[in-house]
Design a protein around this ligand. Structure first.
Ligand SMILES: NC(=O)c1ccc[n+]([C@@H]2O[C@H](COP(=O)([O-])OP(=O)(O)OC[C@H]3O[C@@H](n4cnc5c(N)ncnc54)[C@H](O)[C@@H]3O)[C@@H](O)[C@H]2O)c1
Ligand SMILES: O=C(O)C(=O)C[C@]1(C(=O)O)C=C[C@@H](O)C=C1
Length: 306
């Protein structure tokens, strides 16, 4: 196997993403030593039981000792607090990164705590599931999925290269972009779809017991896909919507306009308009599949490497 990309990897937060990184780093030999830190004693105990890493601890200093790559994998809302806590223990020259689904707010929260001694390169793997916690992770999660890096202006090139090499080793395709562009794109491709799913499932739930039982009974349809997304972690998604408020509200405004246009076509019996609209959206689905981006199969690689 090729040489590890880093000597000592430290992961802060051992949920779906942190534990998947640990599993993948081990599976693909990306780190010589892996240390995990989580603030929850039960998560640390579970990480030990699962044998996810060389070390699992609640102690920042212990996890960060000698680390040359540190990745914060906690919910977005606590990233600033975590940066403040880890700062005193970060070895000089360490590359610090994160996996947060929002970049602007995370950078604003974390950067002030991270001194010149460390090199902060934010990142976001576009891969996940509706499950959380250390049991939910799997080594193949990042295979053929994008990981977006948002290096600040003047970022140390060797730090960016190291992080790129790390994610590439885990199976991801890496691209860089600005923080603002990331947050606008993800507001549309990830955050808005989650909001729509939460809303439609909530609407069905508001109808009461009879409809709820019919929903369960007949949900082998499009609605079922919404319920999967609407089962995503409430803390994670609360934090995402609060952190990417402006971009989400902008996309929601456009979405509402388009929805009103569809509503008008239905009311007016504009079959041609509806047909043209749906034909255009069908093309988007086709091009996603042509680019090999469709990973809809629910158990895609999940077991392998666990
Ligand atoms: N789940 C996804 O689909 C997905 C995909 C890409 C990126 N992300 C991002 O990854 C991050 C983690 O998401 P996840 O799905 O792994 O969440 P998760 O809920 O599975 O895990 C989060 C872990 O962080 C720990 N934690 C919370 N506060 C902490 C603190 N102050 N110090 C140390 N540990 C702390 C929790 O105990 C938990 O074990 C989030 O920022 C999310 O936006 C998630
Ligand atoms: O597949 C899913 O369940 C996801 O929600 C993954 C998903 C996404 O929206 O694509 C969710 C949030 C992340 O920041 C990245 C990936």
């Amino acid at each position: 196997m090729a040489e590890p990309v880093c000597e000592r990897l430290a992961l802060i937060g051992v949920g779906l993403i942190g534990s998947s990184i640990a599993r993948a780093a081990r599976e693909f030999g990306a780190a010589r030593h892996i240390a995990l830190m989580d603030s929850s004693p039960s998560v640390v105990a579970r990480a030990r039981e699962l044998g996810l890493a060389d070390l699992a601890t609640e102690d920042h200093a212990e996890a960060l000792a000698g680390a040359d790559l540190v990745i914060v994998c906690t919910p977005v809302g606590v990233c600033g607090e975590v940066a403040q806590k880890i700062a005193p223990y970060l070895p000089k020259g360490a590359v610090v990164s994160d996996v947060g689904s929002v970049k602007g707010a995370v950078v604003a929260q974390m950067a002030p705590h991270l001194s010149e001694r460390t090199r902060f390169i934010p990142a976001h793997p576009i891969a996940g599931t509706e499950f959380s916690g250390p049991d939910a992770g799997f080594a193949m999660l990042f295979q053929n999925r994008w990981c977006i890096l948002t290096p600040p202006d003047g970022a140390d090139a060797s730090a960016v290269e190291k992080l790129m090499a790390f994610w590439t080793r885990l199976g991801a395709k890496v691209e860089t972009m600005s923080v603002a562009h990331h947050d606008a794109v993800l507001a549309l491709t990830s955050h808005l779809p989650h909001l729509i799913a939460y809303n439609i499932v909530g609407t069905a739930d508001d109808f009461g017991d009879e409809t709820r039982s019919e929903v369960i009974k007949f949900s082998a349809s499009g609605f079922r896909d919404f319920t999967r997304i609407a089962a995503s972690d409430p803390i994670m998604w609360r934090d995402i919507f609060l952190a990417n408020k402006d971009a989400v509200l902008e996309m929601l405004g456009r979405f509402n306009e388009d929805l009103s246009a569809l509503q008008r076509m239905i009311r007016r019996g504009d079959g041609q308009g509806l047909f043209e609209f749906f034909s255009r959206t069908r093309e988007i689905r086709r091009s996603i599949i042509e680019q090999g981006q469709d990973t809809a199969a629910p158990d895609f690689g999940r077991r392998s490497g666990n």
